[in-house]
Design a protein around this ligand. Structure first.
Ligand SMILES: [Zn+2]
Length: 85
């Protein structure tokens, strides 16, 4: 079944989703699909999940001058995010 909703509803769904304490890789996949469909940028939400395995990102954090690197506890991938805007 294809879910059809407005762009605004999609944005609300995405924002609500990332407020959750926990989410699974499958759920992130679904959210990413919705975001793509509506061409919505995930922006800062991207920092909340591992780029590689899509699980909620947690693990060792290292910070240097420009980047914050989080090593994914699940797959070991180094997720790098720029600090500041
Ligand atoms: Zn990972």
């Amino acid at each position: 079944m294809k879910t059809k909703f407005s762009r605004k509803e999609a944005e609300e769904k995405i924002n609500g989703f990332f407020k959750k304490e926990n989410f699974s890789a499958d759920e992130v996949k679904k959210i990413k699909r919705i975001a793509m469909e509506f061409n919505i940028k995930l922006g800062n939400h991207r920092k909340l999940f591992c780029k590689k395995c899509l699980n909620k990102l947690k693990g060792k954090i290292r910070i240097n001058k420009n980047y914050k690197t989080t090593m994914c506890e699940n797959c070991g991938f180094l997720n790098r995010h720029k600090i500041g805007y």
